[in-house]
Design a protein around this ligand. Structure first.
Ligand SMILES: *Cc1c(COP(=O)(O)O)cnc(C)c1O
Length: 674
């Protein structure tokens, strides 16, 4: 029986490769998950009669530091602990004397931002919904990068180190595969990590490829080193070949019976070349029924265009012919992975309604098959403990909210319930206190209006927008009360404009030393899912100011509304669909219907002015709640109405709803019954 051997292999592999796991993994359990649950999930993926999905993604952000951490009997090794980090602020001396201390498992560093977190949340919700799925990705031995700030310079990217072999839950299998890179054959280890459902009754395995194999030459060992290493086009092509071609080979080597290949972004499009090899045209047409593709961005740099001359160094002539046939760009010297993925797939989806519109304008020849499925977030991952407790306390209203977040619409029943409203405000204040404890050396206060901007520092996201006219911020603060602004975010090391934005923010912060009684600004190093969770739940307002329509969806604001945090946002991405929900304020430029515009025309002055207008209302309204003594008035303030609208709205913007939509429109899977 293939199935049984498979589990025994898993146990043997884990114990042979790392005996410290002997306590955690055995015949009856895999950490705190019954081994039968794992066996069942694996068996379903081997069963040809059960429709199963392989979900390919270059990155996965699983956030095990904040959710479903595998508790090992063995201590976490030092190198796998989250590092203390620095802050750059206008409280200068604090920056010199203090670090932020964290004692936590480091997140598996195989993601860079929202794309990866979405992939992680997708696996988690698929596990919750008991779908037969396996994730395919890459074990990035050096993670993404380590960010250090340097005044006058911006961010300094360093190498990130961690140890997969002692990372709880990560198992190196005995199987290996090889992939030809030009004339060389490179060996890959395969690793497995089980993503459990919230109730631990199902798992989605994640399979990760790793070239750090002793049989490989030094250069080949580095191939799965750094995520999005873009020192050369060759490197970019090779990393995409590993994911696409290697992913298919890994699935075949392990014998999985996969019915549908889902490409999360064009990065994985070479999977199609691998499957199509040697097929007739008619068979290839049939093959496209087995592929689906999610397009995540309207931004130019997000679409890979690879020179054929470089691809020839990595792929065989047959593969190049196929790539030309299905993936030729307007420029005949380039292969366009977006085009390849679209041609390969019978289903193409954009990640919000507005993005559907934009994608159809950008790719008119594929218009018919493009559909919008709005992104979401995994509720059990992103709910703060205080809000989780509150929702559980009201579980007669929010029945099974983890499985069925739609139930948050019931919050309207609590509209005039003073006890609930009071508890909601207190829960929020508790979250704020926790965040502030982390930042206590900087004298951040829990009764001061606090707003955060935290995400990838990409130019279209306009990291420095709120700091364009700091005199206006100080005016608002003098009129209504002080303001605290928290920043976090990394720019891709090769994104010079994004890196410049970080430098610009550091410079502006430096100039605000004398204004610190009114305005405190802190920039936190090394944004990751752990910091994200503190920020999305611990601030009063979440700032989202991309240039419309370039934010395909955005997801961090969805994490914030789940925790009752109001939005201050431009009309872009998911927010367009929530514009009438009264979850905060919307400001700024709106492109004409049917127009995309120029992603480099950032409209900084106009949009920062309209940002301050709306911010002024929010600061005023916040202090109306914070400073009121009358309990009744305080808890019936419009601010708390908006917090309740936020929670209600998160009933839609979650991956439980999103995965259900994928399944209904694209995957057509049946949930597993244990
Ligand atoms: C959620 C998340 C993101 C995505 O943020 P956007 O709002 O989509 O830009 C990026 N990074 C981390 C660490 C996250 O948790």
């Amino acid at each position: 029986m293939v199935q049984k051997t498979n589990i025994e292999n898993l146990i043997n592999a884990s114990v042979l490769n790392n005996p410290t796991f002997r306590e955690d993994i055995n015949e009856s359990k895999f950490y705190n998950i019954p081994m039968d649950v794992i066996r069942n999930a694996e068996n379903n993926l081997y069963n040809k009669k059960i429709r199963s999905i392989a979900y390919f993604s270059m990155e996965f952000g699983l956030a095990p530091s904040v959710y479903n951490t595998y508790e090992s009997q063995t201590n976490i090794s030092e190198v796998n602990k989250k590092r203390d980090f620095e802050i750059f602020s206008n409280m200068k001396q604090m920056d010199y004397y203090h670090l932020v201390h964290v004692h936590k498992l480091v997140d598996m560093p195989i993601y860079s931002g929202g794309l990866g977190v979405l992939a992680g949340d997708t696996l988690k919700s698929s596990a919750d919904l008991k779908l037969p799925m396996i994730g395919i990705g890459i074990l990035w031995n050096k993670g993404y990068f380590d960010q250090k700030f340097c005044f006058h310079f911006g961010q300094i990217p360093g190498e990130f180190s961690w140890d997969p072999a002692t990372y709880p839950g990560l198992i190196k299998l005995n199987n290996t595969i090889d992939i030809e890179i030009g004339d060389n054959s490179v060996n890959f280890y395969l690793w497995k990590y089980y993503v459990p459902s919230f109730d631990k009754k199902h798992v989605v395995p994640l399979l990760l490829l790793d070239s750090n194999h002793p049989a490989n030459e030094p250069w080949a060992k580095e191939l799965t080193g750094q995520l999005y290493n873009s020192t050369s086009v060759w490197w970019k092509i090779v990393q995409r070949k590993i994911l696409g071609v290697g992913g298919i080979r890994a699935l075949e080597t392990l014998g999985y019976a996969i019915d549908l290949y889902h490409l999360n972004e064009g990065h994985a499009a070479f999977a199609f070349l691998e499957k199509a090899k040697g097929m007739s045209d008619a068979d290839i047409l049939g093959l496209t029924q087995k592929f689906a593709y999610t397009c995540h961005t309207p931004v130019e740099a997000g679409h890979d265009r690879l020179p054929i001359s470089e691809m020839q160094k990595v792929f065989s002539p047959e593969e190049i012919e196929m790539a030309k046939k299905y993936g030729l760009d307007e420029n005949p010297n380039l292969i366009n992975l977006t085009i390849l993925a679209m041609n390969a797939s019978c289903h193409v989806n954009a990640v919000a309604k507005k993005h559907e519109e934009v994608t159809k304008i950008q790719f008119p020849s594929h218009e018919e098959k493009i559909r919008g499925i709005t992104n979401g977030i995994h509720i059990p991952t992103w709910v703060s403990t205080t809000f989780e407790n509150l929702f559980n306390e009201y579980n007669h209203i929010f029945v099974n909210w983890k499985e069925n977040p739609e139930i948050f619409s019931n919050i309207s029943k609590l509209q005039s319930d003073i006890v609930f409203r009071t508890k909601l405000w207190q829960a929020h204040k508790q979250n704020k206190k926790e965040l502030i404890t982390l930042l206590k050396q900087w004298m951040v206060k829990d009764d001061v209006f606090t707003i955060a901007w935290a995400r990838r520092a990409a130019p279209y996201k306009r990291p420095s927008l709120v700091l364009q006219q700091t005199n206006k911020l100080i005016e608002i603060a003098k009129k209504y009360g002080p303001i605290q602004i928290l920043f976090a975010g990394k720019a891709h090391p090769n994104d010079f404009v994004g890196s410049d934005n970080i430098k610009e923010i550091l410079n502006i912060i430096d100039s605000l030393g004398k204004d610190r009684d009114y305005l405190k600004v802190l920039f936190l190093e090394n944004y990751d899912t752990y910091i994200a969770k503190q920020l999305i739940s611990g601030v009063d307002v979440w700032l989202n100011n991309p240039l419309p329509p370039f934010e395909a969806s955005g997801t961090s604001g969805m994490k914030a509304i789940l925790n009752g945090v109001l939005q201050l946002s431009t009309m872009d991405g998911w927010v367009v669909e929530a514009a009438d929900k009264e979850i905060g304020e919307i400001f700024g430029y709106i492109p004409q219907q049917g127009m995309i515009g120029d992603e480099n025309d950032l409209k900084m002055i106009e949009d920062s002015s309209s940002l301050y207008n709306k911010l002024e209302f929010m600061v005023r309204d916040y202090y109306n709640v914070e400073n009121i003594q009358d309990e009744e008035k305080k808890h019936f303030s419009p601010w708390i109405d908006k917090m309740m609208n936020c929670i209600e709205t998160s009933g839609f913007f979650n991956t439980s709803r999103m995965v259900t939509e994928y399944n209904k429109n694209i995957w057509h899977q049946k949930p597993i019954i244990n």
